[in-house]
Design a protein. Structure first.
Length: 397
């Protein structure tokens, strides 16, 4: 008889075990602010202006938004964060969150930084994966032209070949170091070009196990079918398919571009449709566990519970090397810490980079939290409950 997995995301003592009372008060202030759309928009504008005018706001950012959602400014700064998470059996993914300048020098610099994260991961028991965005390595406009089957100039072709070279260098370095590497998904109008590079790398480097992982944004209505097609290709060519599932990050931009250019939006018609395809993708990956290695990147409690139940149903141990759960640093600790406590493989995406350079990431994080179906409200409610729980314990002593 199958034993149901014992997992609950309501255990706040586990969720906030790593946080002091002072940490909770700081989190309370941050999420209270992010619950206010006007405050978020004004705060982003004011902070960007302050950096342009060279006002000394870096310390304030480190004490608030940056300090909560980022591991530090450098790889070494993230060392303490990785150790702190590691105490609770949570791995880290160092995510270099600096957006490039769009020139060859910045692309080379980004590649070198990602190589350093691979090297760090190879030496650390607390850093599970490496990750990169392809737009950090090359020109997205060239990839867009390729996807639209427009001819490239000789200069553009040479630039694209340099991008391909950087891409392969990172995947080979990960393979040689035995470090798994995630390739982030990006906008649909050049994602096909990214996919082609990822599957080429998988065929080269995923022969013994999954090293290279592609990312599938399930808020796209065609993505479940694309995942199934990728699996067929992996079976035919005898390599392991690395899959990271997310719901998606570019919804408003995708819809607006489709509207402006007069083509069908790639985005699901409803959130329920996205949720269904996400959960169907979990089921598909588990059903094909002989070939698929999975990272479930979700802040949705039901999807996380579902994956634990599927693993139990298929007789997979919580720490099976083919199955990982992932959330963003600074968010959904009730999910991450309770999963880790129950023995599952859990990771946090830990962004890092110079404070002023990470501002676009922080702005997206604040805006997404504010608009993401009450994500800030959920986080805020949990923090308030934990503060009240601790206060009750002190009063009863």
């Amino acid at each position: 008889m199958r034993t149901e997995p014992k997992i609950s995301f309501d255990d706040l003592q586990v969720a906030f075990e790593s946080k002091t009372d002072a940490d909770l008060r700081k989190m309370y202030a941050i999420f209270a602010t992010m619950n206010n759309q006007t405050a978020v928009k004004l705060g982003i504008k004011m902070t960007n202006l302050a950096f342009k005018l060279k006002f000394p706001v870096k310390g304030l950012m480190k004490a608030t938004m940056f300090g909560h959602f980022c591991g530090g400014e450098t790889i070494e700064d993230c060392h303490g964060t990785a150790l702190d998470l590691g105490k609770y059996n949570i791995g880290s993914i160092l995510d270099y969150s600096v957006e490039g300048e769009g020139d060859e020098e910045s692309f080379d610099n980004t590649k070198e930084e990602i190589l350093k994260t691979i090297e760090k991961a190879a030496k650390s028991m607390h850093i599970s994966f490496a990750v990169f965005k392809v737009t950090g390595l090359g020109d997205f406009e060239i990839m867009t032209k390729i996807q639209e089957k427009e001819p490239l100039s000789d200069e553009e072709q040479a630039s694209f070949e340099r991008l391909r070279g950087r891409f392969d260098e990172l995947c080979k370095a990960a393979h040689d170091a035995k470090v798994r590497i995630l390739v982030d998904a990006e906008e649909s109008w050049f994602q096909d070009v990214i996919d082609d590079m990822v599957y080429e790398a998988m065929e080269k480097y995923n022969r013994e196990t999954a090293i290279v992982y592609n990312t599938y944004q399930m808020y796209r209505h065609d993505m479940l079918q694309r995942l199934k097609g990728a699996h067929l290709d992996a079976v035919a060519k005898q390599y392991y398919l690395g899959v990271k599932l997310v719901r998606g990050a570019y919804m408003e931009k995708e819809r607006q571009r489709a509207l402006d250019m007069g083509y069908e939006s790639p985005i699901q018609p409803t959130k329920e449709a996205s949720d269904k395809d996400y959960n169907d993708a979990l089921q598909f990956c588990i059903n094909n566990k002989q070939r698929v290695f999975l990272v479930s990147g979700s802040h949705n409690e039901l999807s996380n519970v579902m994956l634990t139940e599927l693993m139990s149903l298929h007789g997979l141990k919580p720490d099976d090397e083919r199955m990982f759960f992932a959330q963003l640093y600074g968010m959904s600790d009730n999910i991450s810490f309770n999963l880790a406590k129950a023995g599952y493989n859990v990771m946090k995406y830990v962004p890092y980079g110079p404070v002023e350079s990470v501002m676009p990431y922080l702005a997206r994080r604040a805006e997404e939290n504010t608009s993401m179906a009450g994500q800030s409200s959920r986080e805020f409610d949990l923090i308030k409950k934990e503060i009240a729980r601790r206060k009750a314990i002190k009063n009863n002593k």
